[in-house]
Design a protein around this ligand. Structure first.
Ligand code: ZN
Ligand code: ZN
Length: 411
């Protein structure tokens, strides 16, 4: 028997270093994980440098690498990926920019970089998209809301560059600086002028918007300025279906990961109640994976909460969330004709509260895999597995071989 379908379950930032609060164990070692251990025991395991040994991955570059799109070739910044994640269709050459709704006081200083943690900003974003006119620059813009106070801007026009600064002063009590070109190229200078004009016009629209007047009446902070950062030019991505001969879906609460899925042609799936944090609707995500497999051959699913707990430096919360992931994924172990692949995208050690280059654990369960002697899914046990230590760029070739879709090299 050969498996035909693939579930790639990425447990974001799951791996860690020994934690004093857990008697020297990692949160993954300390968690109660009978289902993950069964995947390890009945499957093949290894550890993985998602980009390369010693390289600290971002979630974006790690996911690109795991999907077989080397980030040094394909990564042009977070902006275009976030823009795709909000639902904007980014064409080759368009400029994508991350955006935040924020609050600026009458003194011209930023008083809150998240506009009082505003959410449901779709009406504000529509007003901006419809009201801002960049035709003097021969540029059109699309502006969409993301989660919470986040949004994304896309610019379409000839000759635009992406090497520009941000107007986010990064802390409160400061005035937003003008956006400036980082090089002497005319394209970068054009983009910085376009973005400054976008900020000027959108501020006028926001100042007078009834949602902000209502917020002020209710004692809430108005969302009266847009802060822009992370500009990048959309590249060209060969579709996943062309590259691997499989149609697929992406399930993630993070716009960045959904955007990465979308740029390679995976279909985004909405799941109610997913938050990208430890409060997420885990069982809803697992149900969605099982449902997608009825029509798709490949499902990429990302669970983010373990990364968040690592950034918060909270090994107990991380351990407990991993135990909850384990309970929720039980239905995936019963899938037939499917490779179940579980790994991290990078380590997020609680001791450093950020991503590290420590390799991540990897386990593959399904028909045809050579079962090794590893019986536990964690950073230490998986290092003794049959896959040994691989790089993230090898993952899709290994998986396409296991589902019998790899092309033979030579005669
Ligand atoms: Zn990540
Ligand atoms: Zn992270």
């Amino acid at each position: 028997m050969t498996a035909k379908k693939i579930v790639l379950l990425i447990l974001d930032g799951i791996s860690d270093r020994p934690c004093p609060a857990l008697n020297g164990q990692t949160p993954l070692q300390a968690a109660d994980t009978p289902n993950l251990d069964r995947i390890a025991k009945q499957g093949i395991c290894g550890i993985m440098d998602t980009i390369a040994p010693g390289i600290r991955p971002g979630s974006d570059t790690a996911h690109l690498s795991l999907l077989g799109y080397p980030p040094h070739e394909y990564y042009t910044g977070r902006g275009p990926l976030e823009a795709e994640g909000t639902g904007i269709h980014m064409e080759h050459g368009m400029i994508g920019v991350r955006a935040n709704y924020a609050t600026i006081g009458p003194d011209g200083l930023i008083s809150d970089r998240r506009a009082g943690r505003i959410h449901d900003t779709a009406k504000l974003s529509r007003a901006i998209e419809e009201g801002v006119d960049l035709s003097a620059f021969h540029v059109t813009c699309t502006f969409r809301s993301g989660a919470g106070h986040r949004a994304a801007l896309a610019l379409k026009g000839d000759g635009l560059g992406s090497a520009v600064t941000s107007n986010d002063p990064k802390s409160t009590g400061l005035a937003p600086p003008l956006i400036e070109p980082l090089t002497g190229s005319p394209g970068d200078s054009q983009t910085s002028s376009v973005l400054n004009e976008f900020v000027r016009q959108s501020s006028e629209i926001l100042a007078d918007h009834h949602i902000n007047r209502e917020r002020k009446r209710e004692g809430l902070l108005p969302a009266n300025i847009v802060l822009l950062r992370g500009a990048g030019q959309m590249g060209h991505f060969e579709p996943f279906s062309t590259r691997y001969g499989m149609q697929g879906s992406v399930i993630s609460a993070a716009a960045l990961i959904t955007g990465i899925g979308r740029v390679v042609g995976l279909t985004p799936v909405q799941v109610p109640g997913i938050t990208g944090s430890v409060t997420t609707n885990l069982s809803g995500k697992v149900t969605a994976i099982c449902r997608e497999l009825k029509s798709q051959e490949f499902v990429l699913a990302n669970i983010k909460g373990s990364d968040e707990a690592g950034h918060d430096g909270d090994p107990i919360q991380k351990r407990d969330f991993i135990s909850r992931i384990d309970t929720a994924i039980a239905p995936l172990l019963a899938l037939e004709g499917t490779l179940l692949v579980v790994c991290g995208d990078h380590s997020t050690p609680c001791s450093i509260r950020d991503h590290s280059a420590d390799p991540v654990p990897l386990a593959i369960l399904g028909d045809g895999v050579r079962i090794d002697r590893v019986a536990h899914f964690n950073e230490i046990a998986c290092a003794e597995g049959g896959l040994t230590r691989i790089s993230g760029g090898s993952l899709m070739p290994i998986l396409t071989d296991l589902v019998d879709r790899a092309h033979k090299y030579g005669a």
